[in-house]
Design a protein around this ligand. Structure first.
Ligand SMILES: [Zn+2]
Length: 329
């Protein structure tokens, strides 16, 4: 704790200095109007940007937001942003002090403030809320009009356009929500079990009726316990779950250990693919937008947990998921 405080002290001084200087001289690049922490938020904000406003994200593809610590350069970028948007609910656990310091000089918005606390899931055995709200698309869609209203307060010239863009994008997300429901219903009911590396998918499970088992706890910073491993092996072998999943922002060794343990018990469970959990995919991956990420994950899950070959197998190979032959949301 002391070490962390010492580490942040110079960074916080930079924030203060940048605020005093008006941040003009640091770079020739235009300052971001809306700077988000995760790229999931960045794409959500970018989807409603109008009238020359720009949204960008601090964290790139494959970055784990639980462990993300801002560099000095990140702090300089943050200090130039007109509005900062973060997820909240302790997702950006290492950024709390920096965000609090920045909030003295500009709006710093927690996107999950848009959601009624009664609709949030708690972290098991804890008072804290689960931050992975984006996997319930209907819940994530609530952030869109909220964000448009809040940004409209700070960019009054673009206010009406922001609200109109939010209505359009929210409708797209609600259509996506229905599409996810239809897709998950294609998995035979006993097989609707999603085994992943960390507990990112509990909102997904609750919304779309699939049992979710995370090998790790809610944060990626703790190692999977041996006891959890035994419990999971039992479940996978007993229910003959065909596939388990790795995640793009979590090391895959824990899931590979689970696969080996199942094979030792005579059940050949496959790795059904990599799911995008806490970060979008790289450009061209098809998961480089929020909608693309949700669609890519759902196609990976449905393909692995349904035994019979379907049109999805061909469609899933396409790099742009929006060009598949499946029903479009
Ligand atoms: Zn996570």
């Amino acid at each position: 704790m002391i070490a962390r405080a010492l580490y942040y002290k110079p960074l916080l001084s930079i924030v203060a200095a940048m605020a005093l200087q008006g941040c003009a001289s640091w770079s020739d690049n235009p300052a971001p109007d809306v700077l988000c922490t995760t790229n999931i938020l960045g794409d959500t904000a970018a989807s409603i940007m109008v009238g020359g406003l720009r949204a960008s994200a601090l964290m790139g593809p494959g970055v784990d937001p639980h462990l993300y610590t801002p560099t000095q350069r990140d702090i300089l970028t943050l200090a130039r942003a007109r509005v900062i948007v973060f997820n909240g609910l302790h997702l950006e656990g290492q950024m709390a002090r920096v965000l609090a310091a920045l909030a003295r000089t500009r709006p710093v918005l927690a996107a999950t403030d848009a959601i009624d606390r009664a609709e949030l899931l708690r972290v098991p055995d804890s008072e804290a809320y689960d931050p992975h709200v984006w996997f319930d698309v209907r819940l994530w869609a609530r952030i869109v009009p909220w964000l448009a209203h809040r940004l409209g307060e700070h960019f009054p010239t673009q206010r009406d356009e922001l609200l109109e863009a939010a209505i359009r994008y929210q409708a797209e997300l609600l259509a996506l929500d229905r599409w996810v429901q239809e897709q998950i219903e294609r998995i035979p009911e006993p097989r609707r079990v999603l085994v992943t590396a960390h507990d990112a998918f509990r909102y997904f499970g609750r919304r779309y009726g699939i049992e979710v088992v995370g090998l790790q706890g809610i944060s990626t910073s703790s190692e999977a316990a041996l006891q959890d491993l035994h419990r999971l092996v039992e479940l996978i072998v007993r229910r003959r779950i065909p596939a388990i999943f790795v995640e793009t922002s979590v090391p895959r060794r824990a899931i590979e250990a689970l696969q080996a343990a199942c094979r030792a018990r005579g059940h050949d469970v496959r790795i059904g693919g990599a799911l995008y959990s806490d970060a979008l995919g790289p450009p061209g991956s098809g998961a480089d937008t929020y909608i693309g990420m949700v669609r890519t994950n759902v196609q990976t899950i449905v393909r692995a947990l349904t035994a019979e070959p379907t049109a999805d197998r061909v469609a899933g190979a396409s790099s742009r998921v929006t060009r598949t032959k499946e029903p479009q949301p």
